[in-house]
Every structure is written in structure tokens, then in C-alpha cells.
Design a protein around this ligand. Structure first.
Ligand SMILES: Nc1ncnc2c1ncn2[C@@H]1O[C@H](COP(=O)(O)OP(=O)(O)OP(=O)(O)O)[C@@H](O)[C@H]1O
Ligand SMILES: [Mg+2]
Length: 474
């Protein structure tokens, strides 16, 4: 306590002096004490600020801040883009973490301010979070950390904060404390280009969900790409050709169409009875379009049509699948003046003509859609009926689903005759029942198939009768 600067009185002990001088000397002593304490606190407890100041070449307090916010599902995209940025020639970044119980709630300038008031904020370890980047992989992304960046002569410190729903932080935020605002703006623009270039959603099969659970990033879910071969799909040849020409053909001819100034955007509607293979056809197309970003919306998730289209536009070539669109044709719960179907059609219309985006719609109630589509023409270039199988189709389906067993029919015609009017999924179930009813052997003959047909046709009629309100037979 005898350090120099603490004792400011010059009067010698025992010497009398006037009371005013006592007060003055006490005030001076007290002021010096306070200054000393503040200095000690700052020196002891603002290691992070000292590091910041050394990096920025200026006192951090009061420097301008440039901020950006991104949706939570872009967490990995921000991370990948930052890493790409620092891997390039534009900038160098070094990551530091912070220790402070307050860091979750405060902006970078608030933290600097708090540190100036003696709140201890030291450099520490960086917080990471693992984020889903494909159906099977995750990658570590910075949840809380500060990048000390050199971009040419400019110096910046960028606080990266990931989504943290518990603390009310939905999105990803980047806050740049900088000596050069323009350089920070340029850096963010470059970062956003890299986010598109390296986007983790590109080439993936995605769906949107209303809740935040499950594997994915925010409302976006990764789906494994379907593996459906041409042999798995039994359709009349002209039907398959029409679908392939409109969806795969345009994708293959994209440069010719572009050169000729013709539009790439296309809308295809697959319609037909339940169980005829609309969903299977879609899955076959996704298998073939393995370089496309695919976004699959069905039922309630059709409400995500706007972000889904934004993503498709960003990540072309893309296909947006709208499954069972009839289900939303009359849905007025969507917060808009019109049913959700109209929002869907508006989004389809809003997509630029030269965007390499396919819209694939499916429905088993084309009649429900007709008025909406007629009222707003041009959204669907081609409507393809996926019909009930004909006799040749039934035969192919029988062979397809019985490929694991030995199919030996003495009288195939009578089996095929009984299958008339049934769907592909009916045939699949027929084979399954026949195998189950058999003696466990791999041979499937007329007897087994007829027995299963008796059962299934009877059940089908019972269901139909029940639906029509007829008397239940027993
Ligand atoms: N054309 C087909 N070729 C081969 N298998 C088919 C075909 N159609 C349907 N199946 C079989 O039946 C299952 C159900 O078919 P799918 O889901 O594609 O019918 P859908 O037409 O989409 O029916 P819904 O209108 O009810 O959605 C398929 O997973 C497949 O196993
Ligand atoms: Mg379907």
C-alpha cells in the first residue's frame, strides 16, 4: 500500500495545516486510488480486448460494426463459406473463443463495453456444434467464436454465433468490428457468393418439415436419393416416354434450349388413380436426375413453397416435387387470401422462365385441380395420366414382383382376366399374399394366385361397399 502515487500529501506529519487542505488532499488521494483500481481491473481482466486491439491496430471500443443475419438452416453454409474464404487469397482468419457467462446474450460491442467495465472476458475455447450436411453426415460448425481477419490492409474481428433456440437466437449472425467498413461489406459479399457456390444443399434430396426435430438443418430435412431403376417401374411405353421427354429430355437439352432462347422452366402433372405409380415415377425421375437438387413437398409441408422455390432457384438444376397437390386445393387455413394451392401456383409462375427448374405435381384427383389450373394457365406444360395397368402391364407387374420366386402358371390368361381393373400396388400385394399363403416354397402357381385373388378382390369390394355405405357382408 506504499506504492508511489498512493501518497499525494506533501505535508509532513505533526505539522498543523488548515482543514480545507485536508479535504483537498483526501480528494486527490481518493481520485488516485480510483484511477489505480480501474487501471488494475482493466489490466487484469481484458485480455480479449488487448488481443483485439493488437489485431485491429486500434482501440476496439467505438469502432464501426457491420452485421449480417442468415436463417438457422444456413449454419453449415456460413461455416463452409468462411472456411473457403480463408482458404483463398482474399483473407486470412484466425479463430478464437471467449470465456464469459454473458457472451450468449450480448453483441460484440456490448462485450467490449462490458469488458471495459471490469467484466472478465478472456480468450478461451471455441464452441462448436455438429450440423447435418447430408442424410448421413454432420460437420462441426462454430456456435460461438471470433474470427480475427486480415483482408489486405483491412483488419476485422467477426463474431460468429450459431442458432440457439434455447436463448431465442433462431438464425446465424455475423458481426464484424472493423477499421474499414467498406472492406467488411466486400468480405460479406464474397462470403455470400461462396455460400451459394459451396452450398451443402446443392444436389441433395430435401424436404421441409414444420417442426425442428429430426435430422436436418432447421425445417430442412435430408432424404436419401431414391434408387429406382427403369425395370422397377411398369408403365405403358408412351406414358413413360412422355414423362421422360418432358423432365429428363429438357434437362439434357438445356444448353440447346438456352441458346435458342427457349424456356427451361417446366411443369408436369402426373395424375391417375391411387397406387398406379405416380410417386414411384417421381422416385424414378429423382434417381435419374442425380445431379439435381430435389425438393419434395407433400401435404402440410406445401406451406414451405416459398422457401423451397427460393432454394431451387439458388441451386439449379433443380426439381420441385409437389406431391398430392389436391390435398391443399381447398385448404384455406394457409394465411393468405386464397387456398394454399394458389400460393403454390403463384410461386410456379414467379419462377423465371430461364430457370432450370422442373415442377412435378402429382394428384389422384385431377378433377379437384382442374378449375385452379384452368384459371391460371401456363403453370403446367404437360399433364400425363398414369393409368391403371392394361393386361400387358399386369403381366409385367406379376413378373416384376414375383422375381424372387418361381412363377409357374398353367393358365395365366385366367389370372390376368381376374386382375383387370386393379392397380400396380394391388398386384404387388397379390404376390405377397400368394407367397404368404403358400407352403413357404419359392414356387408360385395358379392355385396360390387364385386363392389370393379371391381374398383381395373380396376385401376390395368390402371396402368399396363400406365407402359407398352399402350393407357389410359377412
Ligand atoms: N407403375 C408401377 N410399376 C411398378 N410398381 C408400382 C407401380 N405403381 C405402383 N407400384 C407399386 O405400388 C407402390 C405404391 O405406388 P405409388 O405410391 O407410386 O402410387 P401413387 O400413384 O403415388 O398412389 P397415390 O395416388 O395413392 O399417391 C409402389 O411403391 C410400388 O411398389
Ligand atoms: Mg403417391
Amino acid at each position: 500500500m506504499s506504492e508511489q502515487g498512493w501518497v499525494v500529501s506533501t505535508s509532513s506529519p505533526g505539522e498543523p495545516h488548515p482543514p480545507d487542505a485536508d479535504v483537498d488532499s483526501f480528494a486527490a488521494l481518493f481520485r488516485a486510488f480510483l484511477e489505480r483500481m480501474t487501471h488494475q481491473v482493466n489490466r487484469a481482466e481484458s485480455g480479449f480486448i488487448r488481443e483485439l486491439a493488437a489485431h485491429l491496430g486500434a482501440a476496439p471500443a467505438g469502432l464501426p460494426v457491420v452485421s449480417r443475419g442468415y436463417p438457422g438452416y444456413d449454419h453449415a453454409n456460413v461455416q463452409v463459406a468462411l472456411e473457403a474464404l480463408f482458404g483463398g487469397a482474399d483473407a486470412v482468419g484466425q479463430l478464437v473463443g471467449l470465456t464469459s457467462q454473458f457472451r450468449r446474450h450480448h453483441s460484440l460491442s456490448e462485450l467490449i463495453d462490458m469488458s471495459g467495465h471490469g467484466v472478465p472476458i478472456e480468450t478461451g475455447s471455441v464452441d462448436y456444434q455438429r450440423v447435418q450436411v447430408s442424410p448421413t453426415e454432420t460437420r462441426p460448425c462454430v456456435q460461438f467464436g471470433v474470427w480475427l481477419i486480415e483482408a489486405g490492409p483491412a483488419r476485422m474481428a467477426v463474431l460468429q454465433r450459431g442458432p440457439d433456440r434455447q436463448h431465442g437466437q433462431e438464425g446465424v449472425s455475423l458481426e464484424a468490428l472493423t477499421t474499414d467498413e467498406e472492406a467488411a461489406e466486400t468480405l460479406f459479399s464474397r462470403l455470400e457468393e461462396l455460400m451459394v457456390e459451396h452450398n451443402i444443399f446443392r444436389g441433395q434430396v430435401l424436404s421441409f418439415e414444420g417442426h425442428e426435430f429430426g435430422h436436418g438443418a432447421g425445417p430442412i430435412r435430408f432424404l436419401p436419393r431414391p434408387q429406382v431403376s427403369a425395370e422397377d417401374l411398369v408403365l405403358p411405353a408412351p406414358t413413360l416416354r412422355a414423362v421422360q421427354r418432358q423432365v429428363l429430355g429438357i434437362a439434357e437439352q438445356r444448353s440447346r434450349l438456352r441458346a435458342a432462347g427457349l424456356h427451361l422452366k417446366r411443369g408436369v402433372l402426373l395424375y391417375g388413380p391411387p397406387g398406379t405409380g405416380k410417386t414411384l415415377t417421381m422416385r424414378y425421375l429423382l434417381t435419374r436426375l442425380d445431379d439435381h437438387t430435389a425438393i419434395v413437398l407433400a401435404g402440410a409441408s406445401l406451406q414451405f413453397i416459398t422457401p423451397a422455390c427460393a432454394l431451387a432457384r439458388l441451386l439449379t438444376p433443380a426439381i420441385v416435387v409437389l406431391e398430392d397437390v389436391d390435398l391443399v386445393a381447398e385448404d384455406r387455413s394457409y394465411h393468405g387470401p386464397q387456398p394454399l394451392l394458389f400460393a403454390v401456383l403463384n410461386e410456379m409462375d414467379g419462377m423465371a422462365e430461364d430457370a432450370d427448374v422442373t415442377f412435378l405435381l402429382t394428384t389422384n384427383r385431377a378433377g379437384v385441380l382442374e378449375p385452379a389450373l384452368a384459371e391460371r394457365p401456363g403453370r403446367v406444360d404437360q399433364a400425363v395420366e398414369i393409368p391403371l395397368p392394361d393386361e400387358a402391364g399386369h403381366q409385367r407387374l406379376l413378373e416384376l414382383y414375383a422375381r424372387g420366386v418361381q412363377l409357374e402358371l398353367a393358365d395365366p390368361a385366367s389370372i390376368l382376366a381376374r386382375m383387370r381393373g386393379t392397380t400396380a400396388s394391388f398386384v404387388k400385394e397379390l404376390v405377397r399374399r400368394s407367397v404368404l399363403a403358400g407352403d413357404g416354397a419359392v414356387r408360385l402357381g395358379d392355385r396360390e394366385l387364385h386363392a389370393a385373388l379371391d381374398e383381395l378382390l373380396d376385401e376390395r369390394e368390402a371396402v368399396t361397399r363400406a365407402l359407398l355405405g352399402g350393407p357389410a357382408r359377412r
